[in-house]
Design a protein around this ligand. Structure first.
Ligand code: SF4
Length: 154
């Protein structure tokens, strides 16, 4: 799972300073599990933005945000709300932000920072497990042998 943390509200405010209206996208998968971009967090963000005078034209939980075809379908269903926004805020990882930016012809801003590819240890507690290096060496490393309970061969 891609682990994210929400950016500070001050940073999000800074991004959205030039715009009066915004549409918010969340993500049904990792960002929901990280509690950075699920329905609860998207609704909380909507309230906070409205408190500072922004018009939130709508919101959606993309399923998931990095799925281009699904996003296109969801955006068609929310077209008028998206048309009513000057900017889009995405509460998901950078992959989700870039997927949305590749579809919507509006300024798109990230509401989260992407931290790492990790394992859920318990709710809200994650450990980094992969660096996405493109050549998995876990089959020959000591760490993997230990994880599998295989005696280490020196
Ligand atoms: S957009 Fe990012 S956070 Fe959402 S499912 Fe895809 S990888 Fe996970």
């Amino acid at each position: 799972m891609i682990i994210t943390k929400q950016k500070s509200f001050e940073k999000i405010k800074e991004f959205l300073f030039p715009y009066r209206s915004v549409f918010i996208c969340g993500c049904s998968e990792c960002a929901t599990l990280c509690k950075t971009g699920g329905e609860e967090e998207v609704k909380a963000m909507k309230t906070r933005l409205e408190e500072i005078g922004k018009v939130v034209s709508g919101w959606i939980i993309l399923d998931p945000a990095c799925h281009r075809l699904n996003d296109m379908k969801f955006f068609r269903e929310h077209q008028s709300e998206i048309d009513g926004a000057e900017a889009i805020l995405v509460l998901a990882c950078g992959n989700g932000v870039q997927t949305v930016a590749g579809i919507v012809e509006k300024p798109v801003y990230p509401g989260c920072d992407t931290l790492f590819l990790g394992e859920i240890m318990r709710f809200g507690n994650f450990e980094e497990r992969c660096q996405l290096c493109g050549e998995c060496l876990l089959g020959i490393t000591e760490e993997c042998a230990l994880l599998q309970g295989v005696p280490r061969v020196c």
